[in-house]
Design a protein around this ligand. Sequence first.
Ligand SMILES: Cc1ncc(COP(=O)(O)O)c(C=O)c1O
Length: 371
Amino acid sequence: MKVPPVKIYFPEQDRLEILEKLDGILQSGRLTLGDYTKEFEEKFSSYNGSKYAVAVNSGTSALEIILRSLDVKGSSVIVPTNTFLATAFAVIHAGADVIFADCGEDLNLDPENIEAALKPDTKGVVLVHIGGNIPAKLNEIQDLCEDKNLFLVEDAAHAHGSTIDDKKAGTLGIAGGFSFYPTKVITSGEGGIITTDNEDIYNRALVFRDQGKAGFTANVHTELGYNWRMSELHAVLGMYQLSRLDEFITTRQKIAQIYDESLSDVKNIQTLPLPANMKSNYYKYIAILDSSQNRQTVKQTLREKHDVFFGGEVYELPCHLQPVFKDLYGLKEGMFPKAEDLCARHVCLPMFATMTEAEANHVVASIKEVV
Ligand SMILES: Cc1ncc(COP(=O)(O)O)c(C=O)c1O
């Protein structure tokens, strides 16, 4: 049995309906920022419990627009070092300096590391829900941000539908940015969305995403915007995937439960402790290998001997050790020991919306032979 790391899934019924809608769009000639984009935004904000949603062409642009709307230019913004480069790039492109911070045991930022990273010009924090897991210390992070007058933005690229105390990712700070890149829990091909309750961020985001224009048909440019528009075709894909999100998460949670239970007594690999009040969408199922294990060898043996393919890590190399930032900020190894250690030792088990119990059991049996 071959188990891939991820599978992108559009059920047949959805594919047929999507094709019909795409045909309608092509006939109508309204290809961007039209009724489907609006409908997608309404459905997403209603699903998420946020007042507003603004659809854009990527998760990266969602973050940059939020940060521009918060006027970060000339300040500094804290991001975890163990994130996708896009989080940090968005800060820089919005005109601020990035300050990296170490992570805690759950691979997420914690208040101590945020406090240690603070500089006099720090304006806010971008919290990344790594693997779809909202940080255990969210309340303390929120309190710290309030005390220090920092904004809290969520990079929710991994966390569609994840909740903490029944509140959804994307509603936990001043604004959240989601990605619909193909490997994410739901996809629109390419795309992203901003969620917020803040009217000013909402209004400015609408302007930023369309070349800073005051309105769709106006030729008055009031902001330094860009082409960050979502096309109607992508909006249709996103809408159909959104209608499947809860169903996809239910399957992922069932697979995670099998992994949790079957791996609990396996030596040399540990499951990640998650808070009881948090429900992950399991964008990634993260486990930590004992330092006696060589990740490369483990993954290669699983692939070659058992046909089990692990997913990409989150992340293999922390940002501060990426060549682009080493050169830019003079960062070096040893600065963020927890992130360096966990980035080097964690693995992401296969996880997708159509995964079967038999596939999960095969993954577990294979791991037991290899580690
Ligand atoms: C944590 C994180 N932030 C931001 C992004 C950027 O999203 P996108 O690829 O849609 O621009 C991604 C996704 O790839 C991500 O994983």
